[in-house]
Design a protein around this ligand. Structure first.
Ligand code: NAD
Length: 500
């Protein structure tokens, strides 16, 4: 069986840790590969490679760093189908969804291609007589990225293209559940002309993460994953003096106003709730219907759509399914136990995804599309992130109730409102305590030239991913105040200097 190792200093390197994790094809339930779980020492070797490569890479001009990104983008496009198939075979999402994930990742590379413009900094002439002030945006140093399983290409691509373009070197720690794509990305970066040691991949688990969080040579850590681990990474990294951006879990609500176009709502909800089997941090898992009339009509439409859904292997023959399996047996069991919990808590099960099998793939980790009605805020199925194909309907009477409900939830990643009323949309976008908001758009993932991040316990740290925040995160600003005096001047000032 193939064992995936590390990519350190420009080479694929075998791990000698003696520990491995299993990589499965979630559609068949078969183990297809194993991945090394690196030792602390091996993780430190990757940091050493990144540290040694830093001085030279940070001195490369932004224009030449951007040229590497241009070549990398072309290679990503050339290898898109191979990469998408790798995603489908290890994550389980359907092939076109995997291609979509790659496109969103490539967009960050396109953003990073503009790095000479992004690093221009600020300048003020004549801040005092004969004095100019300007800023330098300098690399922070060795950066680390730690990724979740659900976007094995896109989330790493949120991080390292911006970091590298800013002149940093990088150690990437992918999810141990679907580690092949980041290794392939490392090879493509090398082919694009990135010098050895600038980008390294260490496969592993907590042991590797803890080294990345404690080694003093690592200056900045980007993390995406579940909230408890995001909080741990933020606290530990910060305690060790690093800058950290740690994005966590979510429970995203869609508010459905009585005047919304319900055909648009049901179509949008199907994709947002069940696409990628609900394993998206921006998936809609709660629909908040304002008024029983809207709720009843919407549920009727959803039931019809669910009955017509195709669920199956993302890499199978014939017409592509809408939804594939979950990532692992363990995660599928967890989602199934949430369905039991919802029933026991008194929610009405409209569509039951339990006991769901796909013919020919009976061992796959499939859970059918599940719909609950009459979900109440006190229930665990409402409060907790399920991360599976389970959509809850919560009924409220007014817009204000809907807004309060969303604002009281501990997570604040994404949300949307579907309405024909501009005033309601305006109030919602301004008053909702959530970082990414859609108006008649179900999954409002910001483009690469904006920044991605939620609020509340969906993020730890002030700076979001990619876009302007990404550039701020991966650079240190230095502000220079300069004058070129002619002749001798009296500089004996004992009071706070002020500009005249
Ligand atoms: P996870 O938290 O289990 O793992 C994320 C990373 O942390 C992995 O690389 C893993 O190896 C590492 N890790 C796991 N346990 C650790 C520990 N005890 N100590 C140190 N490191 C540890 O998350 P996951 O299951 O891979 O991904 C799903 C989660 O990610 C969901 O909660 C989802 O909402 C979230 N997510 C959030 C966003 C966002 O932008 N906010 C995006 C994608 C996914």
């Amino acid at each position: 069986m193939q064992t995936l190792g590390n990519f350190i200093n420009g080479n694929n390197v075998e791990s000698l840790s003696g520990r491995v994790g299993a990589v499965y094809d979630p559609a068949t339930g078969e183990q297809t590969k194993q991945v090394c779980l690196s030792s602390a020492q091996e993780t430190a070797q990757a940091i050493t490679a990144a540290h040694d490569a830093l001085a030279e890479w940070s001195a490369v001009t932004p224009l030449n760093r951007s040229r590497v990104m241009f070549k990398f983008k072309a290679l990503l496009e050339k290898n898109k189908d191979e990469l998408a198939m790798l995603i489908t075979s290890e994550h389980g999402k359907v092939f076109s969804d995997a291609q979509g994930e790659l496109t969103r990742g490539i967009e960050v590379v396109e953003f990073a291609c503009g790095i000479p413009h992004l690093l221009k900094g600020e300048q003020s002439m004549n801040v005092g007589r004969g004095v100019d002030s300007f800023s330098l945006m300098q690399p922070v140093g060795v950066c680390a990225g730690i990724a979740p399983f659900n976007f094995p290409a896109m989330v790493p691509l949120w991080m390292f293209p911006v970091a590298l373009a800013c002149g940093n070197t990088f150690v990437m720690k992918p999810s141990e559940k679907d580690p092949s794509v980041p290794l392939k990305l490392a090879e493509l970066l090398k082919e694009a002309g990135l010098p050895d040691g600038v980008f390294n991949v260490v496969n592993g688990d907590k042991e590797s993460v803890d080294v990345l969080l404690s080694d003093p040579r690592v200056q900045a850590v980007s993390f995406v994953g579940s909230t408890p681990i995001a909080e741990y990474v933020y606290k530990t990294g910060s305690e060790n003096g690093k800058r950290v951006q740690a994005l966590g879990g979510a429970k995203n609500h869609m508010v459905v106003m009585p005047d919304a176009d319900l055909d648009l709502v049901s179509g949008s909800l199907m994709g947002a709730a069940y696409g990628s089997a609900g394993e998206r941090c921006m998936a809609i898992s709660v629909a908040v219907c304002v008024g029983d009339e809207a709720a009843d009509a919407l549920i009727e439409k959803l039931e019809t759509e669910i009955a017509n859904m195709r669920v199956g292997a993302g890499h199978g023959e014939g017409e592509e399914p809408h939804m594939g399996p979950l990532i692992s047996r363990q995660h599928a069991d967890k989602v199934l136990s949430y369905i039991e919990t919802g029933i026991n808590e008194g929610a009405r099960l409209v569509s039951d995804g339990r006991n769901f099998t796909v013919t020919g793939n009976e061992q796959g980790y499939f859970v059918g599309p599940t719909l609950f009605d009459n979900v109440k805020p006190g229930m665990r199925v409402y409060q907790e992130e399920i991360f599976g194909p389970v959509l809850s309907i919560v009924r409220v009477n007014t817009f204000e109730e809907a807004l309060e409900l969303v604002n009281e939830h501990e997570y604040g990643n994404g949300t949307s409102i579907f309405t024909a009323n501009g005033e309601a949309a305006h109030m919602y976008t301004h008053q909702v305590q959530v970082g990414m908001v859609g108006v008649n758009v179900p999954i409002p993932v910001p483009m690469a030239f904006h920044s991605f991040g939620g609020w509340k316990r969906s993020i730890f740290g002030p700076l979001n991913m990619h876009g302007p925040d990404g550039v701020r995160f991966y650079t240190k600003m230095k502000t220079v105040t300069a004058r070129w005096p002619k002749g001798q001047q009296n500089i004996n000032h004992y009071t706070m200097p002020t500009m005249k």
